[in-house]
Write a protein that binds this ligand. Structure first.
Ligand SMILES: Cc1cc2nc3c(=O)[nH]c(=O)nc-3n(C[C@H](O)[C@H](O)[C@H](O)COP(=O)(O)O)c2cc1C
Length: 162
């Protein structure tokens, strides 16, 4: 989960998805993860341990992001950028992504997502040798998930649990 708040709308959607799948949640907002640095100056922050834990324990990774300025959140983009650490150093861990599954769930306040929104995820999955299982857009209005949104997430849950 890559929202800039831990108890906001994306969190509400992720919590519902967790109920449907049993998947575990990693809240990137609670982690200390610095921007990508060519000299790996932030190698001691939370990313290294977190990434190794993810690739060693999970087969399917779902990126959950709010829509901020028509694209993924900065928190999520920073996480994605930092995967580059493992393409340069400790490459064996980076290679562990190969053959794993990626999916994506986006969140805003309306049923309106830019058509191109999933592209950075689907293309990154292809680049990393991961299988892209697909994505879904969910929206929260008045702190509520509508029946329509719940149905979409239910269908998505079936896809990613395969
Ligand atoms: C910095 C920022 C930029 C946003 N940009 C968009 C946008 O481009 N399109 C959109 O539909 N909603 C946009 N929103 C609204 C959020 O997508 C929406 O409120 C979402 O539910 C927030 O999820 P959160 O509570 O997890 O942050 C933006 C919100 C913020 C804070």
């Amino acid at each position: 989960m890559g929202s800039s708040r831990s108890n906001g709308n994306t969190a509400q959607i992720v919590s519902y998805l967790k109920d449907m799948t049993g998947f575990e949640i990693v809240d990137l907002n609670q982690k200390d993860i610095g921007f990508f640095d060519y000299e790996f100056k932030n190698r001691e922050d939370d990313f290294n341990f977190l990434f190794k834990g993810i690739v060693q324990n999970y087969e399917t990774i779902v990126f959950a992001t709010p829509i901020y300025w028509y694209t993924m959140s900065g928190v999520m983009k920073t996480f994605l950028d930092r995967i580059s650490d493992f393409l340069h150093k400790e490459k064996d861990f980076g290679r562990m992504l190969r053959g794993k599954n990626m999916a994506m769930i986006s969140c805003s306040n309306s049923n309106d997502r830019p058509e191109e929104f999933p592209m950075p995820f689907s293309r990154s999955a292809a680049y990393l040798g991961m299988k892209y299982l697909g994505d879904v857009h969910a929206w929260v209005q008045n702190d509520t998930l509508s029946a329509e949104v719940k149905e979409k997430i239910d269908a998505f849950a079936l896809t990613i649990k395969q």
